[in-house]
Design a protein around this ligand. Structure first.
Ligand code: NAD
Length: 295
C-alpha cells in the first residue's frame, strides 16, 4: 500500500483516484470544487485542505488538472506541491498539457517527475483501462508502474521529460486528420450514390483502413458501438480534440515541424466548436462537412 496525494478530482481524476482507493492505497485528495471533494471522500478518500497538504508525506503525488497553467501553478506556484512533497516522492502529472510546460515543471520540481497523459476518456478512467504515455526517468517509471497499473491497462514509457505529452499530441493529430478524411469520404460516397456499408466493407479491408473507420465509424450502422449510433454523444468531445490539436500545433511551432494537415484539422475542429458543437463527439464533424457540401 502506498501513500498517494491526488490533486484534481474532476471527470477523469475522480474515477482515477477511486481506482487507487479500490486497490488499497491511502489517498489524500484535493480539488477546488467542493462537489468533487465530497464525491472523493464518499468513496473513502481523505480530504486534504490544500494541494500542498495532499502532496506532503506522500510516496506518489499525482495531478489531473485542465491545462498547463494550472499544472505550473499547482506544482511550482501558489499550490506549492513540489516544495511540499517529500524528497523521495515520485511526482506524476496525468493532465494533457503542452510539452514545454511539462519539461519546465519537471526540471524545476527538484524531485523525479513523470508526465503521464492518458487516452481512454472517462469510461477508461472509470474502468481502469486507461493508456498512459509516460515521459521521465526510467527508474521513476518503474517505481510508478504499480500505481499507474491500478488506473490503466497499458503503460508506454516514451522517453525523457515531455515525451508522454509529445506522444499524446502526435497521436491525437493523426486521429483528427484520419477522422476528418474518413468523414469526407463518407460525404463523397453519399454524393456518388455509394452506400455507407459498401464503402465501409471495401475500405475496412483495403488501404483506406484506420481506427477512425473500423472502431469509431462516423456514420451509423457499420460499427454499432460508435458515437454516430447515439446521435454523436461523446465519446471524445470536440472541445477536447480542439484543445489537443492546439497543443500539437504549439509543439510543432516550437520544434519547427511543418504539419499542414494538423493545422487544417485544428481549424476545422475550432470552426465546429465555434458553431456550438464543443460537446458533440469529434466524429460529429461529418455534419459540418455535409453542410459545407450542400451550400
Ligand atoms: P475536469 O475539468 O473535469 O477536472 C479538472 C479538475 O481540476 C476540476 O475538478 C477542477 O476543480 C480541478 N482544479 C483546477 N485547478 C485546480 C487547482 N489549482 N487545485 C485543485 N484542483 C483544481 O477535467 P477532466 O475532464 O478531468 O480533464 C483533466 C485533464 O485530463 C485535462 O488535461 C484533459 O485534457 C485530460 N483528458 C481528459 C479526457 C476526458 O475525456 N475528459 C480524456 C483524456 C485526457
Amino acid at each position: 500500500m502506498a501513500r498517494i496525494g491526488f490533486v484534481g478530482l474532476g471527470n477523469m481524476g475522480g474515477p482515477m483516484a477511486r481506482n487507487l482507493l479500490k486497490s488499497g492505497h491511502a489517498v489524500a485528495g484535493f480539488d477546488l470544487s467542493q462537489e468533487a471533494l465530497d464525491g472523493f471522500a464518499a468513496a473513502g478518500g481523505t480530504r486534504a485542505g490544500s494541494a500542498a497538504e495532499a502532496a506532503s508525506g506522500a510516496d506518489f503525488v499525482l495531478t489531473m488538472l485542465p491545462a498547463g497553467r494550472h499544472v505550473r501553478d499547482a506544482w511550482l506556484g501558489a499550490g506549492g506541491m513540489a516544495a511540499a512533497a517529500a524528497a523521495a516522492a515520485i511526482l506524476i502529472d496525468c493532465s494533457t498539457i503542452d510539452v514545454a510546460t511539462a519539461r519546465e515543471v519537471a526540471a524545476a520540481a527538484g524531485r523525479p517527475m513523470l508526465d503521464a497523459p492518458v487516452s481512454g476518456g472517462t469510461m477508461g478512467a472509470e474502468a481502469a483501462t486507461l493508456t498512459f504515455m509516460v515521459g521521465g526517468p526510467e527508474d521513476a517509471f518503474a517505481a510508478a508502474t504499480p500505481i499507474l497499473s491500478a488506473m490503466g491497462r497499458s503503460l508506454v514509457h516514451c522517453g525523457g521529460a515531455g515525451a508522454g505529452q509529445a506522444a499524446k499530441a502526435c497521436n491525437n493529430m493523426m486521429l483528427a486528420a484520419n477522422m476528418i478524411v474518413t468523414a469526407e469520404a463518407f460525404v463523397l460516397a453519399e454524393k456518388l450514390g455509394l452506400t455507407h456499408q459498401a464503402l465501409f466493407d471495401v475500405a475496412s479491408k483495403s488501404s483506406g483502413q484506420s481506427w477512425a473507420l473500423t472502431s469509431y465509424c462516423p456514420v451509423p450502422g457499420p460499427v454499432p458501438g460508435s458515437p454516430a449510433n447515439r446521435d454523436y454523444r461523446p465519446g471524445f468531445a470536440t472541445a477536447l480534440m480542439a484543445k489537443d490539436l492546439g497543443l500539437a500545433q504549439e509543439a510543432a511551432a516550437t520544434a519547427g515541424a511543418v504539419t499542414p494537415l494538423g493545422a487544417e484539422a485544428l481549424a476545422l475542429y475550432r470552426r465546429f466548436q465555434e458553431e456550438g458543437h464543443g460537446d458533440v463527439d469529434f466524429s460529429g464533424i461529418i455534419a459540418m462537412l455535409r453542410r459545407l457540401t450542400e451550400r
